[in-house]
Design a protein around this ligand. Sequence first.
Ligand code: CTP
Length: 402
Amino acid sequence: MSLRHKKILLGITGSISAYKAAYLCRLFVKDGAEVQVVMTEMAKEFISPLTLSTLSGHPVLEQTHDSRSGAWTNHVALGLWADAFVVAPASLNTMGKMAHGIADNLLTTIYYAAKCPVFIAPAMDVDMFEHQTNKDNVAILQKNNCHFIEPGTGELASGLTGKGRLAAPEDIVKALQTYFKKKLKLKGKTFIVTAGPTYEKIDPVRYVGNFSSGKMGFAIAEHLAENGAQIMLITGPTAQETQHENIKRIDITSAEEMYNACINHFPDSDGAVMAAAVADYAPAASEEIKLKRHSDAIKLELSPTKDIAAKLGEIKTGNQMLVGFALETHDEIANAKKKLKQKNLDFIVLNSLNDKGSGFNVDTNKISIVKKSGKIDTFKLKNKHDVAKDIVNTMIEFIKAS
Ligand code: CTP
């Protein structure tokens, strides 16, 4: 289990071990996480924000507001953005504030706004760590669902020996990995995901195709896999790649090949997400030798391909889920609802080519999810990984509710 695509807020407080937070930040980033660092005033005495902004790739946040422009840092949005808030090192002072309702800096303000799990890795001198006040604070924070990453025992910067040394950065990373592994909501489930375009052969050198890049389908496959599901990714020709160990990739070229692969694997799956842009028509007959150029116009006869989603909708059992896509240019909601019904889908992801930033070959997408219950959820323009997360979360809700 890696931290790929996880959004981590790393809070650094004033402790000599703050220098280890730089290595921790590096380990998070190396493991695939996106890291936003928040530092207290005291933390900056121990380590430079420049180090952390360079390692995380984002400017370090320090103040609740910018005193020159008057702009404030949206602690609520940050608390909602994060998948985990990690305070490492956590000083006695900051833990005290977190236990007793004191929000006098950005880090503690975010703590009180955070909706995500909070991890605390304390670091302080042994006498401070053993102090009854600290023990009481730890008990309060544990009662408030904070996860503690125990400090190590050994020689401390003060020269004393005892408990209080910041846990090894590797162990902090492991604590998060273990936490997220336990939370895998789709463990034991298997899904088919279709992705990319299909190419329909005209002759040995030409085809009928479309502009689909495969990005959306690959992002969905990855998020499902990151939630513990096993994925059969059936993809048309694409430059996309995936390394996730839970994803088995089947490369196909034509709509007919995609149909056969889907029909083969669907009965053993818990459902399918049909993100591919399958050609609706294919040349009625493909030529074995290259068509030669003539001065006359030529006509290409096209026959309809099989509708894969509709076929899966026909054979799906009560325990299987089917998710479709609709890319529309007009009457979007009405068309999406029609497809939802015709293909017996559980929900359909609608994107309109009228929305800027949506559609093929871009990194962003703006979707609405139309459910068979009639409910429609509309989302903001997001990058395709965040869109995939919204789609996967809707699938998880659907499974929970059924
Ligand atoms: N789909 C499919 N097999 C096809 C065509 C489409 O599985 N031969 C799936 C797509 O992957 C998508 C959904 O059906 O999940 C809707 O695809 P779309 O092309 O929008 O709809 P069509 O039914 O082809 O209708 P139209 O092109 O006329 O809008």
